[in-house]
Ligand binder design. Structure first.
Ligand SMILES: N[C@@H](CCC(=O)N[C@@H](CS)C(=O)NCC(=O)O)C(=O)O
Length: 201
């Protein structure tokens, strides 16, 4: 039995996207982030966060870890690369998304959307908008001459990077100065599995 805890309006969307791409049969518990610190959920994830994947009594937390695990377990002929060099590339782009891109997006999100208006700092948001240009250029250059990050096929590397970047779409960030990355991003977000996740609770 495979269960994913976490509303699609959270980082859980990344894992729901992976589950949908992989065609895994799963149960979705659309837990709100406000319930993530309940005693019951702390038993699943002592950090008090979603997403959490439960499989056969084991709990896995951290969205990127969940997705790499799912891809390796269920995606041999699809999302999971066929050789170790490909695995390395999948780890690289997943960790890059979390460390180079996500902190900037969180800074923009907090200072433009999440914090009460009086506590927002537009200078900090603007600094993050500038800072994210560097990793976006890296992405743009890496995608030149290829359809996806690892070559011709969509893999977990694309899913994880596009899923982290999806906040950029929500924040309406202008990606036009990195057009190759922008086109790849639209192509990834348009996949039916991701579109389905947008309809989930
Ligand atoms: N690095 C973790 C972050 C998890 C995380 O912060 N999740 C948020 C929702 S997007 C959450 O559970 N917030 C509830 C809380 O902190 O109380 C991951 O990628 O899974």
């Amino acid at each position: 039995m495979t269960t994913l805890y976490g509303t699609s309006r959270s980082r859980s969307a990344r894992c729901l996207w992976a589950l949908e791409e992989l065609g895994v049969k799963y149960e979705h518990v659309p837990m709100q982030t406000t319930e993530a610190k309940s005693p019951e959920h702390l038993k699943r994830n002592p950090n008090g966060h979603v997403p959490v994947l439960e499989e056969d009594g084991n709990y896995i937390w951290e969205s990127m870890a969940i997705n790499l695990y799912l891809a390796e377990k269920y995606g041999k002929n699809s999302l999971w690369p066929s050789d170790v060099a490909g695995h390395g590339a999948a780890y690289k782009w997943s960790f890059w998304s979390m460390t180079e891109v996500e902190p900037q997006l969180i800074a923009i999100l907090r200072n433009r959307v999440l914090l009460p208006e009086g506590q927002r700092d537009e200078k900090a948001a603007q600094a993050a908008v500038e800072a994210i240009k560097t990793p976006l250029k890296v992405l743009d250059e890496s995608l030149k001459g290829r359809d996806y990050l690892l070559g011709n096929t969509f893999t977990i590397a694309d899913l994880n990077a596009a899923a982290v970047l999806s906040w950029a779409a929500m924040l309406r960030l202008d990606l036009s100065s990195t057009p190759t990355a922008q086109a790849w991003f639209q192509k990834c977000l348009g996949r039916p599995a991701n579109q389905k996740v947008r309809t989930l609770k």
